[in-house]
Each structure stands twice: as C-alpha cells, then as structure tokens.
Design a protein around this ligand. Structure first.
Ligand code: DUC
Ligand code: ZN
Length: 458
C-alpha cells in the first residue's frame, strides 16, 4: 500500500524510546504506520535527521491586550507561523472574560480572533479573575466547549486573593480541570515596587529586585499547599528560580500531583540584561523576572533531574515603542518577551551540552506539555496519533537575530545566540507546512482542539 506521505530513513525519537531508524507513514491526518520500507505517494527523505513529535507550547499570549492600547505584537497568524517554523504544532493561549461577560461569550470572542488566523492547532485556558469567582457555576459549559484548564493569577491588580484562589482551586477539583498558576506574592512585590519608586529607583535594574525569588517561592508554596489540602493537581507556570523548584520537588516527593515549567528566557538570559543602557534594559522585562546566573544553572539542573516537567515560552512580545513607555519607570514597562520560535532548538542545546538526553528533550518540549494540557493525540509518535511531526537536523546552525526569526517584533532577547541543531520541516495533521525552513502553510488551517477534563496523573 502507498500511504499519503512517508518520512523515510530518519532517526525516530520519542520521550520513552531508544532511537530507531524507521519510516513513518501518514494517511490523511494521522500516523498510520512506523516501520521499515514503507512506501508513499509522497516521500520526504530524512536521512541524517531526527524525526520527533511536533512540539507543544501550552503557554503563549498572542495579540493580548494590556490596556492603554498596548497589545502583544504577534497576531494569531504571525505567532503561529513563527511557532511552526520553530517546530511547534500546537499552542495553548488564554481567554480573559470581562466583568460583565459570561465565560462562554468570552471564549467565543477569543476563538473568533484565532480561528481563520492560526496555522497550527490550538487550545485556550480560561482565566479566573476575581470577577469570575461568582461565575464558577459556568464551568461545566466551559468544559463542554473544550477548555479544561483554568489560569489563576496570584500577581497583578487582577490577582485572586487567597479566599478566591481557594474557591477557584475547589472548583477545578470538582470539575476535574487543571489549574495553571502564575505564582508571585503580589502584596510584597507591589510594596517593593512602590518603595523603590519613592526613592527614585526607576530603572529596569530594580525590576528583578522588586520581585524577589523568595516571594515567588512563597506564592508557589502557598498554592501548592492549598491544592494539597483540596486534593487537586496544580501546574506552576514560568518557574524562574530554585525556590519554586524546591517546592515542586518536595510536593512530588510527597506524592502530590504538582508540575512545573520553565521558559527559555530563564534558561538563556541573566538579570544583567536589565542593566543594558537606554531602551535595551527595558526589553527583557517579564514576570517573574530573569534572575542571576546561579538560578539559571539550577533550572538546568532541575530539568536534568526531572524536577521541572516541561518547557513552555510565555511568548508575549511587545515592540520597542511599547517597552519605551516604561523608560523612566520600570513599573510601567509591558512585561513579556518573544521565545516561541526558538524554544525547541534552544532546548536542544541542553542535549548538545550533555545536560539532557534526546528523550528528555522530546519529553520536555513535546510529550509532557501535550499530556498535561490534554492534547490526547499530540506530543507522541505512534499509530493513531495526529501526524504532527518535525524533522530536525542536528547539524544545522543558525545565529538568532530579528532577521533570522519570524516573530512580528522588532527585537529579540536572543540576538547573536548560536543554535546548533534546527527544525527544518514541520508537518501538522498530515500537511507539510514548513519545508526545508520555508513556511508553506495557510492562515486558518489550524483547528481549535477541545481538551478533555483531567483523567490522568500529572
Ligand atoms: N508575564 C509576562 O512577562 N508576560 C505575560 C504575562 C506574564 O505573566
Ligand atoms: Zn503568561
């Protein structure tokens, strides 16, 4: 039989396999066979390359409005195109309802922004702000509509107070939804920001010094303890420091269903970046902040030991003009950095440096994110799974810059970073959308994927 498409002669890597030389056959949108001498109507030769599951990024913010006309710079089209070029075949973005809006109406609105634009598949987390706490009875409809994860903020003006956080976690438990949490102690951070501003400490140097690691650890510990009391799993977003890693590690050692992710900005940058002159120092502002080298080293150790389970991006680019709004006051700088295109290849540097195995790399970037978010047919290479596949050339090299990246933003925090090993072709549900580095997909071909409620151990 000739399958629709066969990827031949590659080295197939999954999270749990030893490496195998095999062909992968695709029929329609799914993987139909993995084996030797498969024949196809179309063949892509992957000799010398790795063949891995499409990467999954469960933490991104496309065209996210921040207020005052500031909106994150990648649209659902440009952001997912960059993602696809970088080897990512599924993302999860966010719905943030207005106070007077039902969760379902907000979900429909966000879907209307994304459908027709996305080039890869996507899901949405439902944000529970204080004004959603009295709407929690809407959650069964939200699950039916395909959202099985709840975003809970412990930071910013719209954070949940402890009583609200507790009720949201109880609701997540009741409906078997996964809570995903931005953990920082906002009352302390807000106080430190005001104290710094009051004495004229206004440069970006003071951004990480107003958001201490110990307060990220405290918040993570608090939400983990609440989740443990209730009996719900919980996932900690964008871990920037060892103080949080230790809490996750202890919880897991005690048998709790707690997971954590970190992001490329915490693995490749250090807080010296905030001391760059003029606008440059404002650009890497994000929250939690980028920290010192020792913290970066500990995050790599945590990935190696398995104390952090996935790597996402928190992709949220703002232009230089938007960042400049905070040039004279670090507290006014829109927080967020672009990373969506480089993540998979960036984490491969961990393999190059003998920190991670190939299996760990695939697990961190593809398999665990898919499992955790409930993309049941993604993140793995096996018969019946979606044919979301990346061909990765371990010898290709690229120097990152705004010229070599495809994100819609006029800077990158990774300027001049050399990557050794690159995704070269990306297949999404059986369709080749990036071939030899060139994007050939279309806007709107991606689909909203309904994600089921939690039935798995995290
Ligand atoms: N932190 C950021 O830096 N950007 C987006 C949202 C967030 O929590
Ligand atoms: Zn985020």
């Amino acid at each position: 039989m000739a399958y629709d498409l066969v990827i031949k002669n590659g080295t197939v890597i999954t999270a749990d396999s030893t490496l195998i030389q095999a062909d992968i056959a695709i029929q329609g949108v799914s993987i139909a066979a993995i084996g030797a001498n498969l024949s196809g109507k179309r063949v892509i030769d992957a000799t010398g390359n790795y063949v891995i599951p499409g990467a999954v990024d469960i933490h991104v913010h496309m065209q996210m409005p921040l207020g005052n006309g500031v909106i994150s710079a990648d649209t659902f089209f440009t952001g997912t195109r960059a993602a696809a070029i970088g080897g990512t075949t599924a993302i999860v973005d966010f719905v943030a309802p207005e106070a007077d809006e039902s969760m379902l109406d907000a979900l429909a609105k966000r879907r209307a922004e994304a459908d027709g634009q996305v080039v890869i598949d996507y899901g949405l987390h439902m944000t529970i702000s204080p004004h959603e706490v009295h709407k929690l009875d809407e959650l069964p409809l939200v699950i039916e509509a395909g959202c099985s994860t709840l975003k809970l903020y412990m930071a910013y003006g719209f954070r949940l107070q402890d009583d609200e956080l507790f009720k949201a976690l109880q609701a997540a438990h009741q409906h078997k939804m996964l809570p995903v949490v931005h953990a920082e102690n906002w009352d302390v951070i807000g106080t430190l920001i005001e104290q710094n501003r009051a004495v004229g400490n206004l440069s970006p140097h003071w951004h990480p010094r107003s958001r201490p690691a110990i307060m990220e650890g405290e918040a993570a510990g608090r939400v983990i303890d609440m989740a443990a009391y209730i009996g719900t799993p919980v996932h900690i977003f964008h871990v920037s420091c060892d103080e949080v890693v230790q809490r996750i590690r202890n919880a897991r050692q005690n048998g709790l269903q707690v997971t954590g992710e970190t992001c490329p900005q915490y693995l490749f940058l250090t807080w010296d970046a905030y001391d760059a002159p003029d606008i440059q120092g404002t650009l890497p502002v994000c929250a939690p902040p980028i920290r010192e080298q020792a913290q970066q080293d500990k995050l790599w150790d945590a990935l190696k030991r398995g104390d952090l389970q996935l790597v996402t991006t928190d992709h949220c680019p703002f232009t230089k003009a938007d960042k400049a709004r905070g040039l004279d006051d670090f507290s006014q700088i829109p927080g967020g950095v672009p990373s969506i295109e480089m993540r998979l290849a960036a984490l491969y540097q961990g393999v190059q440096r003998d920190i991670l195995t190939l299996n760990q790399w695939v697990d961190l970037c593809c398999t665990r994110p898919a499992q955790l978010a409930g993309f049941d047919k993604k993140g793995h290479l096996a018969v019946g799974y979606d044919a979301d596949i990346v061909i990765f050339d371990p010898e290709a090299k690229k120097t990152l810059s705004t010229e070599t990246l495809h994100e819609q933003v006029d800077w990158t925090p990774y300027d001049r970073l050399e990557l050794h090993g690159l995704p070269i072709s990306t297949i999404s549900r059986g369709e080749v959308i990036v071939l030899d580095g060139e994007f050939i997909g279309q806007a709107g071909r991606g689909q909203f994927i309904k994600r089921e409620r939690l039935q798995r151990k995290v």
